[in-house]
Write a protein that binds this ligand. Structure first.
Ligand code: TPP
Ligand code: SF4
Ligand code: MG
Length: 346
């Protein structure tokens, strides 16, 4: 009797099945928000047809920073020192800006030890997607408060956090990032859509994704728990995205939907839930974030976008050729140039 052949796996527009975007088996706790984010990254990269070999995955130290091992095994990966992913990433993307750079950090890695590097990354508008997997604690070192923990929230032991939270989104907007948003690891549709738009953007994308730590910060009294997010998430808009390689034939109402054309010709659509919100207005974005904090809401969505700003690469006029492949004649000053330089120093 003939056996039925299994159906061929569904492939994306560059001919790869989803399997080619998977990584190693996760060692994070079952139910950790970070695992859900890895799944959304796999789905977004697959649907956008990004070549895995053209992706650089960067991270620092933490449970979140371990997660690049659990997606896209065929991509390049660099697990750096705690809080130092921005400087390593800056060097890597300057050396080869034909690559897609995806950084995964934690709230501790970014807003505590890494704050100095984070702020300088945000003001350069380097083409990079920077994700903070934000659980309000240092998960890897057993659950101490991080600098994004809300004032008044409690640890499992009952210890109260008496310091105000740093809002990484408000900071990133003020500093110069050109695509800034917040999502929740449990909001599959919103996160997946925002990640696809992030891939289409050429500039610094900063996404703060609330990602509950089930082991150390998912209890009553935590504002980064699944329950808190399910009851306090306040989306600014419904996000949808049409990639450049798909025909744009979805009907939408321009009166209630804002359309942003991305660098690669893709289209990000933000269906307004708040009629007067304009994501190109920095001042409004920061003040709306502050208002929602005061009300105890967790605002999600794309807060700020500027799809036209020049990136750091444009400003520096860096060659398109990867620096490692430039011939010695292009990178080594001639004997005469060196002599001239030495003469000027005498
Ligand atoms: C220089 C240095 N200081 C401290 C540590 C200890 N350490 C490891 S991970 C971590 C915090 C991680 O927190 P976060 O970035 O929020 O990641 P999470 O584990 O919560 O995903 C700390 C303090 C370290 N590895 N290196
Ligand atoms: S300790 Fe927390 S952050 Fe780390 S893997 Fe477990 S649930 Fe995730
Ligand atoms: Mg953390």
């Amino acid at each position: 009797m003939a056996t039925a052949t299994p159906p061929a796996p569904k492939v994306n527009h560059i001919g790869l099945p989803m399997l080619e975007y998977r990584g190693g088996k996760t060692t994070l706790c079952a139910g950790c928000g970070h695992n859900a984010i890895s799944e959304r990254i796999i789905q977004a990269m697959f649907e956008m047809g990004v070549e895995p070999e053209r992706v650089m995955k960067m991270s620092g130290i933490g449970c979140s920073s371990k997660s690049p091992a659990y997606f896209m095994s065929r991509s390049h990966s660099f697990n750096s020192v705690h809080g130092r992913m921005p400087s390593v990433s800056t060097g890597a993307i300057l050396a080869n800006h034909g690559m897609t750079m995806l950084g995964v950090s934690g709230d501790g890695d970014t807003a505590s030890i890494g704050m100095g590097q984070f702020v300088h990354l945000m003001r350069r508008n380097l083409p990079m997607i920077y994700i903070i997997e934000d659980n309000g604690v240092y998960g890897l070192t057993k659950g101490q408060f991080s600098a994004t923990a809300d004032i008044g929230s409690t640890l499992k032991t009952g210890v109260v956090n008496d310091l105000p939270a740093i809002d990484t989104c408000a900071m990133a907007i003020q500093l110069g990032a050109t695509f800034v948003g917040r999502s929740f690891s449990g909001d599959k549709k919103q996160l997946h859509t925002m990640l696809k738009a992030a891939i289409a953007h050429r500039g610094t994308v900063m996404l703060d994704v609330v990602s509950p730590c089930v082991t150390f910060n998912d209890h009553e009294g935590s504002t980064k728990s699944y329950k808190y997010m399910q009851t306090h998430e306040e989306p600014l808009h419904e996000v949808s995205f049409v990639p450049s390689f798909q025909e744009i034939n979805v009907d939408y109402d321009p009166g209630t939907t804002l359309e942003v054309t991305m660098h690669d010709g893709s289209s990000l659509r933000l269906k307004k839930l708040e009629q007067d919100y304009d994501p190109t207005d920095k001042i409004q974005a920061v003040s709306r974030l502050m208002e929602s904090h005061a009300k105890g809401e967790v605002l999600t969505g794309v807060f700020y976008i500027n799809a036209k700003a020049p990136s750091f690469i444009d400003m520096l006029n860096v060659t398109d050729q990867p620096l490692a492949t430039l011939p010695e004649s292009d990178v080594r000053p001639s004997r005469e140039a060196l002599a001239k330089c030495m003469a000027e120093l005498q």
